[in-house]
Ligand binder design. Structure first.
Ligand code: GLY
Length: 429
């Protein structure tokens, strides 16, 4: 078989990790990434087309005879990039628009969870502010308010009081801080437990699971402060015991994949379940229609199989045989962000230390970065870098990741100091 030309859509840390892993495939000749970033540019040719410019991406894929397009971000998937490419006979990895709605609308996702009796928090969906406001008087606190649509990981509010919940629904439905994503809100019962992410490749029927992971969504140590896109992740997550994993397969993934097929929205791609591990068992916090960020930066280094072969099978409607070769190592990714993120932050800060030799068990995945005309790499976003270490023992992986993080500096750089602490607590003899 002739070697393939791949187009990766996106330009964050997740896409850098995808390009890094795809680059290891013997099936691949050349990788393009749209729009990419300077780190990705060391492995792929970056193309100046935005991730949500579907016509631009289509034209590029046709012009360059792309053999397979791999989509990183949810907004392109929810906007229907897969349907557009497939209608023009182009191979693309990711769920269709109808299937991606599992992330694009939390109200739709709750409908699936409730209808197919997949465990989740009790929840009511509102499309009128006044109704939501009245309901806030009837419920117990803490409670959870969520914007229905996409909000870059920032659309969930844990509210300790009715006043906080009122502020949250006002921001979402009246101030429209997430635009039309706030046309509906979900008001949900708070779930107690520890969160974990499980991802699986699926061909619409069979599922090949990836190592469990744990994200750290809050900006500050001890899970305090507002939510971000994710400040660090490790894999596997010891909170997911073998028994818990078996329950997640049976109670969450298998019924969810079956449900999507029965609803006429067969799900082909990578399905991500954000879970709360409660005293009663696993409960779904959310579904995502793509790899997590920064989970991908922790999980992809633990996949020994050829990612491209798996993605190609799914993109061409073949059975994935539901198995995947996984490494028995540990990994951890620490995100370095711009000071001030997830609120306002400065850009354009020169990043020092990227050229250092970190060794084969450390990868620096770039996210919000760009090149200046003079060839410097500067910060260009909230989450700037993801530093991943891999190894046989979690304690040394964690030390190695923080050792590498301390070697990279830029003005007002910020990172959490407690990534991986929960894993350490589980692993304590
Ligand atoms: N890390 C959370 C997400 O990717 O949605």
């Amino acid at each position: 078989m002739a070697k393939m030309t791949i187009l990766v859509v996106g330009g964050g840390g997740r896409e850098h990790a995808l390009v890094w892993k795809i680059n290891q495939s013997p099936l691949v000749e050349k990788i393009y990434c749209a729009p990419g970033n300077p780190g990705i540019g060391e492995l792929a040719e970056c193309v100046n087309v935005k991730q949500n410019d579907i016509d631009g991406l289509l034209n590029f894929a046709r012009k360059k005879s792309i053999d397979l397009t791999v989509v990183g971000p949810e907004d392109s998937l929810v906007a229907g990039i897969v349907d557009e490419f497939e209608s023009q006979g182009l191979k693309i990895f990711g769920p269709s628009q109808k299937a991606a709605e599992i992330e694009g609308s939390k109200a739709f996702s709750k409908y699936i969870l409730d209808k197919y009796k997949i465990p989740t928090a009790d929840c009511i969906v509102f499309d009128r502010f006044d109704d939501a406001k009245s309901y806030l008087k009837e419920i117990e606190y803490p409670a959870v308010v969520k914007a229905d649509g996409l909000a870059a990981g920032k659309g969930t509010f844990i509210c300790e009081t009715e006043a906080q919940a009122l502020t949250a629904i006002s921001k979402v439905m009246i101030k429209k801080i997430f635009g039309d994503s706030g046309n509906k809100v979900l008001i949900e019962k708070f779930m107690k437990g520890e969160e974990a992410s499980i991802l699986g490749f699926t061909d619409g029927k069979n599922i090949a699971y990836l190592p469990s992971a744990q994200d750290h969504k809050a900006i500050f140590d001890n899970d305090e402060g507002p939510n971000t896109g994710g400040m660090g992740a490790y894999a596997p997550a010891p909170v997911i015991t073998e028994k818990m994993f078996a329950r997640i397969c049976k109670e969450v993934f298998e019924p969810a994949v079956k449900a999507m097929a029965l609803e006429g929205r067969p799900y082909r791609g990578v399905l991500y379940a954000g879970l709360m591990i409660t005293a009663e068992g696993p409960k779904v916090v959310e579904f995502n229609c793509r790899f997590g960020d920064p989970e991908a930066q922790a999980i992809l280094p633990l996949i020994d199989s050829d990612l491209v072969e798996m993605m190609l099978r799914i993109a061409t409607g073949k059975n994935i045989n539901a198995h995947i070769q996984l490494s028995d190592k540990w990994s951890m990714c620490v995100v370095i962000a711009s000071g001030g993120y997830p609120a306002d932050y400065e850009k354009g800060k020169e990043i020092f230390g990227l050229e250092k030799k970190f060794g084969a068990d450390v990868e620096i995945f770039q996210a919000g970065t760009k090149n200046t005309e003079s060839g410097k790499v500067v910060s260009n976003g909230g989450r700037v870098l993801g530093v991943t270490a891999v190894g046989a023992d979690f304690h040394s992986v964690r030390e190695k990741a923080y050792w590498a993080v301390r070697k990279i500096t830029f003005d007002k750089a910020y990172y959490r100091r407690d990534i991986g602490m929960k894993a350490l607590r589980h692993l304590k003899p």
